[in-house]
Design a protein around this ligand. Structure first.
Ligand SMILES: Nc1nc2c(ncn2[C@@H]2O[C@H](COP(=O)(O)OP(=O)(O)OP(=O)(O)O)[C@@H](O)[C@H]2O)c(=O)[nH]1
Length: 169
């Protein structure tokens, strides 16, 4: 219980930023040592400021919880899901190829279209990268962030993937 308070985000009970980063580092080290497959995505709710401004902060909070539940229910047990910013989430997918990760996020977007928030619909954008031995977690996150920015710039409601290997060499 006490540990949960330290590692979990109080609004969503997903991993908090600090714990998410710790777990990412762990997985990246595993990837470096053993060459395990690993994908990492940063997801960000689209036009969230507008949702807050239109419906109020309390409704904004409910949207964040709604999205957290979608991630919890829609991902595998071994996946690592954290809330790393106000409306930004990180998903770490161990033992997962880019193709499978890409399909996973397409499926989540589809589920969100089919089961929107009760009062209105919203979307998310994402940046997806894969790790190869030699990569550092900071570099991986930077790449994911650039891909996320591209997804926003390209019109949102999509996940942009860095398909080339992200390598520290
Ligand atoms: N309700 C609520 N709002 C939050 C929380 N954390 C951050 N926000 C709000 O989220 C909004 C994020 O806005 P921006 O960073 O401008 O991004 P955006 O409006 O989602 O636009 P794009 O990301 O470009 O699609 C800000 O208005 C923050 O105040 C939270 O815990 N609850």
């Amino acid at each position: 219980m006490v540990r949960n308070l330290v590692t979990r985000d109080s609004l969503t009970s997903l991993l908090n930023r600090r714990e998410s980063m710790r777990r990412l580092k762990e997985e990246v080290l595993r990837c470096q040592r053993y060459g395990n497959k690993l994908c990492v995505a940063l997801l960000d709710l689209d036009r969230f400021k507008r949702i807050n401004d239109t419906y109020g902060h309390a409704v904004g909070d409910r949207v964040i919880k709604h999205f957290a539940l979608l991630l919890k229910n829609g991902l595998r047990d071994g996946d690592i899901v954290g809330r790393v910013g106000g409306e930004e989430f990180m998903v770490v997918l161990p033992e997962t190829t880019v193709a499978v990760a890409r399909r996973t996020f397409e499926r989540l977007a589809e589920e969100l279209r089919e089961n929107p928030f009760s009062d209105f619909s919203y979307t998310f954008s994402g940046g997806l990268v894969r790790c190869l031995p030699g990569v550092m977690d900071d570099a991986l996150l930077e790449q994911a962030d650039v891909a996320l920015y591209e997804a926003k710039a390209a019109g949102r409601d999509q996940v942009v993937c860095v398909d080339h290997p992200v390598s520290g060499h």
